[in-house]
Design a protein around this ligand. Structure first.
Ligand code: PXL
Length: 258
């Protein structure tokens, strides 16, 4: 039977990020994609102009309707915007005994718009992160979540341990914002130990949706029944390809292409 992956994420009407991109990635991996809308955004390739909340109870009811019908093999969360949405996801995750949760702890857009309200950050840490099989923060998100200022590779390792101690099973710290050399190194702390994945840095000013695509590729592979580390490696290789092939669709950021 075809496997099902669910994204609980914000809408990016331009298709460059958010649940619209997640669905395309699920399709690429031949997984049946479902999407619960956690918030709306008004945006284009240049900027996120506005964020519009969806009520927590409405998010819960969307998930509920899916869970009473389908067997969902893996889930990811992206932009959640509010604490009440986090509460709904946590409640649904527990009530419907969901598994294989990938948390992309989206906090702020590249253009500087808040995608999770500040007062909900402790809720993310206390309630959602402990349920995650994989969490995929970038460097700025890692700094906010841990309070550790990342200057060296050792700082990344310490921060990964701190996030693991919050209850995440596997922590992937994305190195794209760290240094600006010829390579990008992602750091993985899993039950199997530590691992780093190194890829050539693609020199394009600004590429939209990389975090969304990476976490939904991991989710796809978990839905297919692959192991955690294998899912992360496959997702990273896929992301590299999509970055290399990324294209200018509008006036602003490059969009992933795969
Ligand atoms: O890349 C973070 C992100 C996630 N989800 C939505 C977004 C963005 C960034 O703009 O718009 C909907």
């Amino acid at each position: 039977m075809k496997k099902i992956a669910l994204t609980i994420a914000g809408s990016d009407p331009s298709g460059g990020a958010g649940l619209q991109l997640d669905l395309k990635v699920f399709e690429y991996f031949n997984v049946f994609g479902m999407a619960v809308v956690s918030s709306l955004t008004v945006q284009n390739s240049e900027k996120v102009f506005e964020t519009i909340p969806v009520k927590g109870e409405d998010v819960f009811r969307q998930i509920e309707a899916l869970c009473v019908d389908f067997n969902i093999n893996a889930i990811k969360t992206g932009m959640l915007l509010t604490g009440e949405v986090i509460d709904s996801v946590v409640r649904a995750y527990k009530e419907f005994e969901l598994e294989n949760l990938v948390v992309d702890p989206v906090l702020i857009s590249s253009s500087g718009k808040e995608l999770l309200e500040k007062k909900a950050i402790t809720k993310l840490i206390d309630r959602l992160i402990p349920l995650s099989k994989v969490i995929t923060p970038n460097i700025p998100e890692t700094q906010v979540l841990t309070g550790i200022r990342i200057r060296t590779f050792l700082d990344i390792e310490k921060a990964a341990e701190k996030i693991r101690d919050m209850g995440a099973e596997t922590v992937v710290i994305k190195g794209g914002h760290f240094e600006t050399g010829e390579t990008v190194t992602d750091f993985i702390l899993s039950k199997e130990g530590v691992l780093s994945l190194e890829y050539p840095r693609v020199k394009k000013e600004n590429i939209h949706g990389t975090g969304c695509a990476f976490s939904s590729a991991i989710t796809s592979n978990l839905a297919l029944g692959k192991g955690v580390v294998e899912s992360i490696k496959t997702a990273r290789a896929f992301l590299q390809l999509a970055i290399e092939k990324s294209i200018k669709m509008g006036k602003g950021a490059y969009y992933l292409n795969f």
